[in-house]
Design a protein around this ligand. Sequence first.
Ligand code: 5GP
Length: 196
Amino acid sequence: MNPDVSKVAEDTDADAVGRLLILAGPSGVGKSSIVHELLKRPGRKLSVSCTTRSPREGECDGVDYSFLSTEEFEALVRGNGFAEYAEVHGNYYGTMRQPLEAALADGTVLILDIDVQGAEQIKSKYPEAISAFILPPCIEDLELRLRGRGTDDEAVIQRRLRRAEVEISKQDEFDHRVVNDQLGRAVSQIEDILKP
Ligand code: 5GP
């Protein structure tokens, strides 16, 4: 191997610094579709959260979430296994510390789809993390999307809508705000945010 080439490769690895992109915003705002588009570029990964909520139809353990019992989750909390965790809609959700640190070490852009409480915790521990709050064009649009999903009953939808208003009131705590009125436009705004 050409020694100069191997030197460059080594330097690049040594300098690899990953980045954290926090995407928060109310349930049903379309974060998953945005994440799906962002992941089409190489060098990016989605942080797979742990949760104590039950899987929805079609969700896979280890892919959409790691589905844990409350006991398992609490044991991880005691063992300092989470970079952040929060109670959302009556269930625990958390980001494991180890895969997050690994992504930072290997130069990955790690996308975190987390709530505002988790975003706050990540920002205080990793101030260089980039945070974006995804907004619906209006609250009625959010309600339509939540109903359109067809996965949650009325009480759950009402709870999510009430929580959405609280979350939206915290949008100013984020580095960026992106209105998801058109998927392509929202994604390209986030791509701009990610440009070095
Ligand atoms: P859902 O139950 O609809 O999948 O998610 C409910 C909320 O929990 C969403 O706002 C989502 O962003 C948030 N969430 C998902 N994973 C995490 C996590 O690891 N930590 C925190 N704090 N919130 C999360």
